[in-house]
Write a protein that binds this ligand. Structure first.
Ligand code: GDP
Ligand code: ZN
Length: 325
């Protein structure tokens, strides 16, 4: 557990002495850590999901000091989690009904993170099988292969459990689509438990290889609470935790991306965030190297695809923002 102070409650220690702990028991032990002052000075913040180097471990009290934060593979800010290796873009088939442009916005935002993602439609119980196959073929034409499920009825959640195995995942999507219900359903289904202080944690293996030759220092994935400052003027605290899944994966307990703002998207990058454009560019080359595919001569992309209108709208939006910058 990462914490910026030592005020969090102490961890129950199920072991008598540090000497009685073998390497196996040490693996996956939850430690309450302080962050080395030097790291704070150079503004190396510790995020949930970070891989960190811990020293000075007191195995009896379960405490240590974070010496170093390893370079992140990925960084998601909403929810704030490091090293997420997969996103679940959740939409609902009804209540709210999927709105193609809004769905596209989520897809473009997800694409811009460069983190692999899967589109999942929730609330299958509310619609006909025709509706399901309509959305399936529509998404297929957009270049995605969606999954369908119901969080409340636990339909199709087994394929999601499979999808989450061995990965650190976060769920994103519009408000009301069932993100919290889905996180709860997945926890029920998998028996996932929250890693936090006070919970008596079984010594699950986190990093099988990390501890072998290390004694008082070992590599650990940071879990638990790290306070976040949201960019909305007021400083609010958001607690994110990683749920440890028995299938050796982690799931962020806080969903994100309520309002994708396409902050990382530029006009140059935008075309590559559409699978439809990518596949056209695989087959041929536009006459102009900097073609934006908006009617230039000898453009291989053209406009005969469903989301072309979305593309044009996002392009306008992004260009307008770039002009202001
Ligand atoms: P969030 O805002 O995305 O976290 O959505 P919630 O999990 O709070 O769910 C919003 C509403 O949708 C709640 O009333 C849920 O009970 C309902 N809901 C969630 N999943 C399903 C589902 O699979 N089927 C149906 N019928 N309702 C669902
Ligand atoms: Zn073109």
């Amino acid at each position: 557990t990462c914490s910026n102070d030592m005020n969090a409650s102490a961890i129950e220690v199920p072991f008598a002495t540090a000497e009685s702990l073998g390497a196996k028991e040490k693996l996956g032990r939850e430690l309450l850590c302080v962050v080395r002052a030097l790291l704070k000075k150079i503004k190396r913040r510790v995020m949930v999901g970070d891989k960190v180097l811990v020293s000075g471990i007191d195995w009896v009290d379960g405490r240590g000091m974070i010496e170093e934060v390893f370079d992140r593979e990925t960084e998601v800010l909403d929810p704030p989690v490091a090293n997420v290796d997969q996103l679940i873009v959740l939409a609902a088939l009804d209540r709210p009904r999927p709105e193609p442009f809004s769905l596209s916005r989520f897809l473009v935002e997800a694409e811009s993170t460069r983190i692999p993602f899967t589109v999942v439609f929730n609330k299958v119980d509310l619609v006909s099988s025709e509706d399901v196959s309509d959305w399936e073929s529509r998404l297929t034409s957009w270049g995605y292969k969606p999954l369908f499920c119901s969080a409340t009825l636990k339909l199709g959640t087994d394929s999601l459990v499979e999808l989450l195995a061995n990965k650190t995942s976060a769920i994103i999507g519009l408000s009301g689509v069932g993100k919290s219900s889905m996180i709860n359903a997945l926890c029920d289904e998998t028996g996932a438990k929250l890693w936090n202080s006070n919970s008596k944690v079984e010594p699950d293996v986190v990093e099988e290889t990390a501890v072998e030759s290390w004694d008082s220092i070992f590599e650990e994935q940071a879990v638990g609470e790290v306070s976040e400052r949201t960019g909305r003027g007021k400083h609010t605290t958001r607690h994110v935790s990683l749920l440890k899944l028995p299938s050796a994966g982690y799931l962020a307990d806080t969903p994100g991306f309520n309002q994708p703002n396409l902050a990382k998207v530029t006009a140059r990058i935008l075309p590559f965030l559409f699978p439809e454009i990518r596949s056209k560019l695989d087959e041929g080359t536009c006459a102009f190297a900097d073609c934006l595919h908006i009617g230039e001569p000898d453009c291989v992309v053209g406009g005969d695809w469903e989301r072309y209108g979305h593309y044009i709208q996002f392009l306008e939006e992004v260009k307008k923002r770039e002009e202001l910058e």
